[in-house]
Design a protein around this ligand. Structure first.
Ligand SMILES: Cc1cc2nc3c(=O)[nH]c(=O)nc-3n(C[C@H](O)[C@H](O)[C@H](O)COP(=O)(O)OP(=O)(O)OC[C@H]3O[C@@H](n4cnc5c(N)ncnc54)[C@H](O)[C@@H]3O)c2cc1C
Length: 567
């Protein structure tokens, strides 16, 4: 297979799944960035971190599902990367030759490898073991940059070509299917959805695996494994997304929540030498990860998708050695004795000397009959490329007058047939940034309904129509909308910390002077060594930049707590 078969330009939504890193408008440049050749001088430096090994032709190097795979560079010969087809036959999709190297993002964490590799012919390879690989990328900055860029581009390519991925089979507009697809997308795991609403036979999968509608949604994983209606924790475990760690270990710092604030705390904590673990119930990115485009974050004049930002931050945290426990919710904090213990929903626990609470907020819901029935089956709280795909060409309803509702309306208007935007107040000006108000007013595909509220949702297994009323006249409007985006604010995720930390009347964590502690930090809570940052903190500014700022600077206070100055 020709090397050039591997690359093609990605569409914008596909790119945003992780990151484009660079302007890759030149396909040859992009090819060389994704599968670079190290210079002879770089090869000599890499050799100091590893040792040369000989592999016979077709000898296995690593297999899909292996954890802790090493880094290999071809000295002479070649490495073939392959997937297996439905007959368990290897399908080689990439050949690496002299001075090219293996690996993608799993080299920065302990997740399972997504593809297998073998020697193409009798070959001499440089093997760099994982611990030495980390030293290599942090010490040899120029090589580290080439490797990091290549790894991110390779993951984007795996997602685009659904290599090393899974197939989800199920009706696209149902809550269960959406939950799985959202989880895979937000964790940048390659996947393909076969929508049984449009393809009753599920592309042959239903017959092939003797599946009925009651089994759906299913995830078809490598080795013909069929996961019927899996929970997110089961899916994460089965796909090797969950990192294994020693539960007896006492971490310096446990960060709860991997939104912008938590990821920033992890990057600064780990880069400053703290043994850091991040526990996240869903996927990195938090609320920001659901934003189609953040336009006010410093340094990104053309905007950046929340997922791209989160993808970069996650890799950065892992590069510095932070551990990530994903799809594991913290359900309690034992704070009466040190070190603190975080109790996880799967019954496991994590101990840490200091804790950063960065669990942010969750969306408010509408008070309308049958609401729960349509959650995930037509009701959405985020507008990313995935939701835009699902409701392309349809009429949709957006509820809310804040910036997130405005961004969603503008973004979705590009693909939807029409956007009906409902606000309870007289208009948008008081609640939304001016640039969004102007775009909404100028768009022919968005109609604003002031003084309006939703009065009915109707449908069967999924939403089919939305009705709203003008609060002044009582006049009702119904539209055949299959998707409604509810963006009316959020409440804090702090139930798990109640009884341990002082919360304000709305449930946000009190910190600094509000916590009444002898706080030397505005982020210190009522418990020594427990800090709150980002949206979850009482009185915080609810923005990506402020969350990132708080997560970064709180680490100074943690150092002072862990290493108090002698008196
Ligand atoms: C659609 C949308 C668009 C937005 N656009 C912008 C914008 O353009 N500019 C801007 O500045 N801001 C924007 N915001 C606001 C911004 O995203 C938030 O202020 C920011 O994400 C807050 O970061 P955080 O880390 O404090 O919390 P969050 O982002 O809420 O992250 C908290 C994380 O904690 C996890 N978590 C919760 N409970 C638990 C638990 N018990 N155990 C483990 N993990 C848990 C959650 O899954 C989540 O990942 C937007 C928000 C939304 C929803």
């Amino acid at each position: 297979m020709a090397d050039s078969d591997r690359t093609e330009s990605a569409s914008e939504p596909e790119r945003s799944a992780l990151d484009t890193v660079l302007d890759a408008s030149d396909p040859l440049a992009r090819e060389e960035q994704t599968f670079p050749h190290l210079s002879a001088e770089m090869m000599a430096r890499v050799a100091r971190y590893g040792s040369e090994e000989r592999f016979a032709a077709r000898a296995p190097i690593f297999s899909r599902g292996d954890r802790n795979v090493d880094f290999f560079v071809v000295v002479e010969g070649s490495i073939e990367a392959f997937d297996v087809d439905e007959h368990d036959q290897p399908q080689v999709f990439l050949v690496l030759r002299s001075r090219q190297f293996t690996g993608e993002l799993t080299l920065f964490n302990e997740r399972e490898a997504l593809v297998s590799a073998r020697a193409g012919e009798a070959s001499r390879l440089l093997r760099v073991r994982r611990a030495d690989f980390r030293r290599l990328v942090s010490t040899e900055a120029d090589i580290g940059e080439i490797v990091m860029r290549a790894f991110i581009l390779r993951r984007v390519s795996l997602i685009r070509h659904v290599r090393g991925g899974v197939v989800v089979v199920g009706p696209a507009h149902t809550a269960d299917t959406l939950r799985l697809v959202q989880f895979l997308s937000r964790n940048a795991y390659p996947h393909r959805l076969v929508d049984t609403e449009h393809d009753a036979g599920g592309d042959g999968f239903l017959d092939c695996f003797s599946l009925t509608a009651a089994d759906l949604p299913v995830v078809i994983a490598p080795g013909h494994r069929v996961l019927r209606r899996p929970s997110l924790a089961q899916l994460a475990d089965d796909l090797g997304l969950t990192e294994t760690f020693d539960h007896a270990q006492v971490f310096d710092l446990a960060v709860v929540g991997a939104g912008p604030a938590g990821l920033a705390a992890a990057v600064y904590g780990a880069s400053e030498g703290l043994q850091t673990i991040v526990v996240e119930s869903m996927a990195p990115g938090g609320q920001a990860g659901t934003s189609s485009k953040i336009e006010n974050y410093l340094g990104f004049p053309t905007g950046i998708s929340g997922q791209a930002l989160a993808g970069r931050a996650q890799v950065q945290a892992q590069k510095f050695g932070a551990r990530l426990a994903l799809s594991r919710a913290v359900v309690g904090l034992d704070c009466d004795e040190a070190p603190y213990t975080l109790r996880l929903e799967d019954g496991q626990s994590i101990r840490a000397r200091a804790v950063v609470v960065a669990t942010g907020a969750r969306y408010r819901k509408l008070d309308v009959g049958g609401y729960e029935r349509f959650e995930g089956a037509g009701i959405y709280y985020a507008a990313t490329a995935m939701e835009a795909d699902l409701c392309g060409g349809e009429e949709i309803v957006v509820v809310g007058g804040g910036n997130s509702a405005g961004q969603a309306a503008v973004f979705l208007a590009a693909t939807a047939q029409h956007v009906h935007m409902l606000v309870r107040g007289p208009g948008l000006a008081a609640t939304m940034s001016d640039y969004l108000v102007q775009r909404i007013e100028r768009s022919e595909k968005i109609t604003l309904y002031p003084h309006s509220e939703v009065t009915a949702l109707a449908g069967d297994t999924s939403l089919r129509s939305v009705t709203w009323a003008d609060r002044r006249s009582g006049e009702e409007t119904s539209r055949p909308a299959r998707s409604i985006f509810v963006m009316i604010g959020a409440e804090p995720n702090t139930q798990w910390a109640a009884g341990c930390l002082d919360l304000d009347a709305q449930g946000f964590v009190c910190s600094g002077a509000r916590a009444g502690a002898d706080a030397d930090s505005p982020y210190a809570t009522s418990r020594p060594g427990v800090y709150a940052v980002g949206d979850v903190r009482s009185g915080s500014v609810k923005r990506v930049a402020s969350g990132v700022g708080e997560g970064s600077v709180v680490v100074q206070a943690i150092h002072r707590f862990l290493n108090p100055a002698p008196v």
